[in-house]
Ligand binder design. Sequence first.
Ligand code: HEC
Ligand code: HEC
Ligand code: HEC
Ligand code: HEC
Ligand code: HEC
Length: 371
Amino acid sequence: MKQTIFLLLLFSSFVYSKYRDNHSCKECHEKIYEEYQTSYHAKGYFDSTLHKKIADKVSTKTYVCASCHMPMADNIDDLISGVARPDINNKTHTDAVSCYFCHTIAYVQKSHSFNINIKAKQAKGYKPTLYGRLTNPDEGDQHSSTSTNPLYAKKVCMGCHSHKLNDNNVTIFKAMKDNQESLGCIHCHIPTLAGGVDKVDKCARGKHVSHKFLGIHDKAFRKTGVDINVTVEGKLLNVTLHNKMEHPLIIQPARAKFLKIEVQRAGTVIWKNYKNFPSEDKQGYFAYTFKENGKDIIIPAHATEGTVHNLEANERKMIPYNIPKLQKGDKVIVGLYVRFAKSECQKVIDLSKNPSLTKEQLIRQVSLLQK
Ligand code: HEC
Ligand code: HEC
Ligand code: HEC
Ligand code: HEC
Ligand code: HEC
């Protein structure tokens, strides 16, 4: 008898805490689902080439990246300890940063190496609680969504995006300040678009928040992060960069963002800020660099030292260059570029089949014509 009750309890808690996969939301939230599918949150171990290659290089046994890249995994402890491997037939693995995961974060626990997302526990017999809208939450029949979760709006992004340190206390990335809220992130990365929240627009809202999570991969969106201002006085070129984002320019150690500056006379380049590699121009090259016991290394997992040349959140920086004196008709072209995987990455992982990861891509460009 006792055993039957125990089994029944086990069964019912399984039913009520059952994972609801991304596809199950599509039935009603079609538009949001389709936007989400194009986003990088939908790309996990199996779809993000760069992530997979680096993760496999860090270890082919343990998958410690799961906490943020495969947070819904039903065997997350086994993945982290190396008892299990990512499985392409397991929805809780292929769903990556899933709808259900984000919408059931109850609060975020601050922690030294990286923060921890604490999930809402489902009381037996209740519908799943899906935390959602910041304003006028729907307390309706669908999800028993609740407005009584004060931490959600403030902390929802900082469980994964705040910071990460390796076992040697070296910073691998730092995107948010300790007490920074998520409202700013939501404002820029989850803007409101036309079209109802669900297919029938039950509450006649007429608009919904975008789940494309546009970022550095989107050509139009990435133009809006940094302002570039250029002035020339005699032989002095001043390039002023203004980071308008609420996070540093570099928040991912595989990336490099850099200035490419050319002075053109009658169509020929007569001056450039570097010869062969953008990193030759130290002041215009933004990236992380790591060392292990004094030796340069590329993947930071075991680094013992790390430094970053960055533009902080909202920072404005003037960078001076000595150029030849301009003549009438000369053109100065200043471009800010990104490489999703900085050139050195190719020394440790093979990216020859993925040119878009290593090719320089324009973020934004301005030019000045000498009159
Ligand atoms: C504390 C959470 C966290 C952990 C743990 C973590 N990551 Fe990430 N990772 C992120 C976040 C957040 C981003 C998005 C940052 C960005 O795009 O600037 C990201 C992005 C990346 C990217 C860039 C992906 C792209 O599409 O360009 C790579 C590569 C990556 N992570 C590798 C790893 C590897 C390998 C591990 C495990 C050894 C790992 N990460 C563990 C949070 C984490
Ligand atoms: C049977 C239809 C249906 C399914 C399936 C469904 N939803 Fe909803 N959902 C709704 C309706 C209807 C609303 C209320 C819409 C409104 O406010 O206009 C809603 C509202 C929401 C909200 C906003 C709640 C708030 O605080 O106002 C969130 C978040 C949400 N759904 C997430 C999800 C997720 C995640 C899934 C998949 C696990 C999902 N929904 C599956 C119908 C559905
Ligand atoms: C469960 C962890 C997790 C949470 C919570 C989370 N993210 Fe992410 N986010 C990631 C990871 C991991 C990536 C990188 C995925 C990849 O490229 O492989 C990422 C990538 C991104 C990107 C980069 C897109 C691009 O073009 O490179 C943006 C923007 C972003 N997240 C915004 C947000 C915002 C805003 C929030 C809060 C509403 C949030 N994220 C919450 C883990 C998370
Ligand atoms: C003022 C608007 C704004 C705010 C606020 C903002 N971002 Fe961004 N973010 C951008 C823009 C624009 C880009 C793309 C340009 C770039 O990365 O240089 C971006 C890029 C990103 C990327 C990808 C960067 C990369 O190089 O891989 C991630 C991840 C991200 N943001 C997360 C966040 C998080 C988390 C927050 C909250 C702390 C936040 N953003 C706040 C505008 C903003
Ligand atoms: C990275 C975290 C994250 C992921 C992943 C995510 N959402 Fe959301 N979602 C949010 C946040 C934050 C809001 C509230 C934004 C606001 O109110 O401005 C939101 C709002 C919503 C709403 C209310 C929409 C509205 O306009 O009021 C619905 C419905 C929803 N999400 C469904 C989904 C579905 C379905 C998926 C997967 C296809 C999904 N979400 C994936 C973070 C996420």
